[in-house]
Design a protein around this ligand. Sequence first.
Ligand code: GAR
Length: 210
Amino acid sequence: RKRVAILISGRGSNMTALIEAARDPAYPAEIALVLSNRADAVGLERARRAGIRTTVVDHRAYPNRAAFDAAVNARLGVEGIDIVCLAGFMRILTADFVSAWHDRMINIHPSLLPLFPGLHTHERAIEAGMRLTGCTVHFVRAEMDSGPIIGQAAVPIAFDDTPDTLARRVLAAEHQLYPLALALVAGELVHVRDERLVVHSALPLDMSDM
Ligand code: GAR
């Protein structure tokens, strides 16, 4: 099983979905570490309760992004991490860090990328009059919220949705999508060619209902 680190900054509901999926011994990844840049992230306590090793690398303790990223990278190295999952990790990573984890670091974003990169995605989707939005898991590249797409889930926008009601519906889809996408990567069922995803094995049948 691949050793996975999940990087969080907040509540960690996607982290929890990954931890729960990885409880199944047949799942191709184990969650070896949860790392937060904030000591008060609610997700840290959830991870500890689930028996996962946690660590805090406080960005305020470093003079710049490069020093912070080097500290995170050192910690991932010590833990023998194979794959990094960003799950509500709200720090921009340096190009050096991103290239060190090329095709080994994935992120979940609450929109159908390349639409609505950045913040306030639900507000912007409603404002644009979209009738559908969703979430995306993608390999991380230096440009924020870009990179080869591993999976997406579409979610309808109701006429009376607010950013909050829509966020709840998208979040439920995120919790389904992220474990599936990580299984594709950790199980080596997909790879990247010409910056697009290539599926190189038939998906196991029992993954269709994850
Ligand atoms: C999720 O909706 C995730 O897609 C989003 O933050 C939330 C984290 O929730 N990520 C981003 O906006 C990244 N730019 P969680 O901590 O409960 O998983």
